[in-house]
Ligand binder design. Structure first.
Ligand SMILES: [Zn+2]
Length: 303
């Protein structure tokens, strides 16, 4: 699932092969080939949260190719001239001069070509909070943004890209577990230092996953990590790796995002006592819900 680390890794991979190169062909599914940008120079490939921005210097104007992969989207190289199957018609294909295969983006949530000067007025990008992969992260600003939605749920807070951008559903689940926060805890019930600790650790986890290898939140730094890569994510019905309780699955928030949690380590939102993240193992499993339901209200768009 693409999260901020995925897009920053992608930008780091594409920069050396694209930046400085001339565009041979930019093809957009909605427009066909953009002939005015044939010969344009790629001057920047950057990530902003989960958004990839490719800067293009045309003859007269500067442009930006903006993509957001959503959940199923991906950028991938393709052999030049290789046919694409109908169901995988890409949203965009970019070929640059040199011994580099074209790259295609399939099934993105957003794919658009913008004039660079329009970027600062972009309705989605304008609202983004600080990028957790752009240190130093201004945690005081993140906290202020978090406090704008006191009735949001903790599970929604971490996904709200207007608060801070980069975290997705995998890190949301893992962070709430690591800090013993029930996903249905209201933001208003979280202390300032809990909120900043969640985002600080989120930034650390994102940064720790910028290298090669599959994303993980367990065994980071181990030479040969063993066991599950995650504490709770995608582990519904299996025993908690900390306390042995069965991991639950709920769809939480107005967006009904899949949420995994341990009913023992993450005490119920209505009754839980605040505690330090390292003192969670003995928490009582009170009042947890095992059935799937939608709770909460919408706090953000699909940024
Ligand atoms: Zn547990």
């Amino acid at each position: 699932m693409p999260e901020g680390d995925t897009i920053h890794r992608l930008a780091r991979a594409l920069s050396p092969i694209w930046v400085g190169a001339r565009v041979e062909r930019l093809w957009l599914r909605e427009h066909g080939e953009v002939e005015t940008l044939r010969g344009a120079r790629v001057h920047e490939v950057s990530a902003l949260g989960k958004h990839l921005l490719v800067g293009l210097l045309g003859e007269r104007e500067a442009w930006v190719l903006h993509t957001h992969l959503g959940m199923p989207g991906r950028w991938h190289p393709a052999s030049e001239g290789a046919p694409w199957r109908q169901r995988e018609v890409p949203a965009v294909e970019l070929a640059v001069a040199g011994d580099v295969p074209p790259w295609r983006c399939t099934r993105p949530a957003t794919c658009e070509l913008l004039r660079r000067r329009a970027l600062r007025l972009h309705p989605e990008l304008l609202r983004l909070g600080p990028d957790l992969l752009a240190p130093p992260v201004p945690l005081d600003a993140v906290l202020r943004r978090a406090r704008r939605s006191p009735n949001a749920l903790a599970a929604e807070l971490l996904l709200d890209q207007r608060v801070a951008c980069g975290l997705g559903n995998v890190y949301k689940n893992e962070l709430l577990f690591l800090f013993g926060v029930h996903p249905r805890t209201a933001v208003a019930a979280l202390a300032d230092d809990e909120i900043t600790a969640l985002f600080r650790r989120g930034a650390e986890l994102l940064a720790a996953n910028l290298g090669p290898g599959r994303r993980r939140t367990r065994g980071l730094g181990d030479a040969a990590p063993r066991g599950p890569r995650f504490w709770v994510y995608d582990r519904a019905g299996r025993p908690c790796l900390r306390c042995g309780e069965t991991i639950c699955l709920e769809r939480v928030g107005d967006a009904a995002r899949v949420t995994y949690w341990c009913p023992r380590c993450q005490a119920d939102a209505r009754t839980r006592e605040r505690r330090a993240p390292d003192a969670l193992a003995g928490a009582a499993p009170e009042g947890h819900s095992l059935h799937t339901r939608r709770v909460g209200r919408r706090v953000g768009g699909p940024l």
